[in-house]
Design a binder for this molecule. Structure first.
Ligand code: PLP
Length: 404
């Protein structure tokens, strides 16, 4: 049967302690044992189904992890307190001092800062490359390279990584392919395309209500167990543990992810076409003009669309700021970082989410001053939203009204 990530989530059924339609929330940091021997076995990792201490695992976190593993088609998953908690523990788990990483040069600013400024303290070096060019990726591989790291759809430039091509490279060189799939949940299934580890910031589309941070690592049972190992597991020892109450609320929100993604994608596609027709330099993977359009199409689980993220360039930072402030005043969205909310969110990445990246490097990768990143919301009538946005664009003077 064709791979359908949302159906796999739907097929999971959990009940609460008293027959509740939602699983009970585990409100304990520690767990009792009837026998001391079972406690010892649990420490050793040999007592399936027993809980020890909630930094290690908790029933609520395991339910959410199971559902996310089902979504990504991996054997197992481990949830974390944030996307960065998931990313950093994976990298620290896979790399030792003296190892090397090949990484996309357009990635979330926090991940970039970790690799550029923090990982070198532990002897882990990174080469940043244009991930859309497999030749350059290949050339960057060294004897001590451990993994290739990328985002399926990159933050903020929305470059699309050809995951099958990258996975072929990692197989030849016996490396791991680690993919952050935060921008394209359900639409792209990296594990199906050869990724060894799939990461999400749950803070974004998956939770969808901008009320918590969270993260997840999806991979093989062996790798997830390694992360949780009491002796040398990065998740266990660095301690980026999600709270059970949060895990329970994210699981409930996950149940509507497929409906939300379809609406995010529908609205973003509508606006991207309109903005492009209006003459803006518009970047959206659903547009034929996007260099990664065909790659996305080849990889995608069709019914969820091309996602809710798009960028336009309005020429200068001043104009971008003026437009965003006016759109917020007119209640068309919020001037805020982050993404995946019911409301449209917009920000200028060069001065916000990607400000960790030095200006020269921003320029080199095509991150211009006037770039606005939109996370398109779930608006009921997107044509009406567009008309209101157009008024704002005309008012701040970035829309050529004759052209529009
Ligand atoms: N990955 C991507 C693609 C992101 O955009 C972000 C945050 O913006 C993160 C990871 C980090 O996630 P969190 O903020 O949940 O730690």
């Amino acid at each position: 049967m064709k791979y359908k990530p949302a159906d796999r989530i739907q097929d999971l059924q959990y009940f609460g302690e008293f027959g509740g339609v939602n699983p009970s929330i585990s409100d304990s940091s520690t767990y009792t044992f009837l026998s001391a021997k079972t406690m010892f076995d649990t420490f050793e990792g040999n007592a399936e189904g027993c809980y020890l201490y909630s930094r290690h695992s908790s029933p609520s976190n395991l339910y959410l992890g199971e559902a996310l593993a089902a979504m990504e088609g991996t054997e197992a998953a481990n949830v974390a307190a944030s996307g960065m908690g998931a990313i950093t523990s994976v990298l620290m788990q896979l790399c030792n001092a003296g190892d090397h990483i090949v990484c996309s040069r357009t990635i979330y600013g926090g991940t970039y800062a970790f690799l550029k400024n923090f990982a070198p303290k532990f002897g882990i070096e990174t080469t940043f490359v244009d991930i859309t060019n497999p030749l350059l990726v290949n050339e960057a591989i060294q004897k001590n390279t451990k993994l290739i790291y990328c985002e399926s759809v990159s933050n903020p430039l929305l470059e699309v990584a050809d995951l099958e091509a990258l996975s072929n490279i990692t197989k030849v060189h016996k490396l791991k392919l680690v993919v952050d799939n935060t921008f394209s949940p359900l639409s792209i299934s990296p594990a199906k395309l050869g990724a060894d580890v799939v990461i999400h910031s749950l803070t974004k589309f998956i939770n969808g209500s901008s009320d918590t941070v969270g993260g997840v690592v999806c991979g093989t049972k062996e790798f997830i167990n390694d992360l949780r190992n009491v002796n040398d597991g990065a998740a266990m020892l660095l301690g980026p543990t999600m709270d059970s109450l949060r895990a329970a609320s994210i699981l409930k929100n996950l149940r509507t992810l497929h409906i939300r993604m379809k609406q995010h994608s529908h609205n973003a596609m509508y606006l991207a076409h309109k903005f492009q027709e209006d003459g803006f330099k518009t970047v959206y993977p659903g547009l034929k003009s996007h260099p990664g359009h065909e790659t996305f199409r080849k990889m995608m689980n069709e019914s969820y669309g091309f996602g809710g993220m798009l960028t336009i360039d309005v020429g200068s930072l001043d104009k971008a700021n003026e437009l965003m402030e006016l759109m917020q005043e007119r209640n068309l969205g919020y001037l805020a970082v982050s993404l995946g909310f019911y409301k449209t969110l917009f920000s200028a990445p060069g001065t916000s989410t990607s400000s960790e990246i030095p200006i020269e490097e921003q320029k080199e990768m095509g991150l211009s001053d006037g770039l606005i990143r939109f996370s398109i919301g779930l608006d009921n009538d997107i044509a009406r939203t567009y008309e209101m946005m157009k008024e704002c664009m005309t008012k701040v003077g970035v829309m050529d009204t004759e052209m529009a």
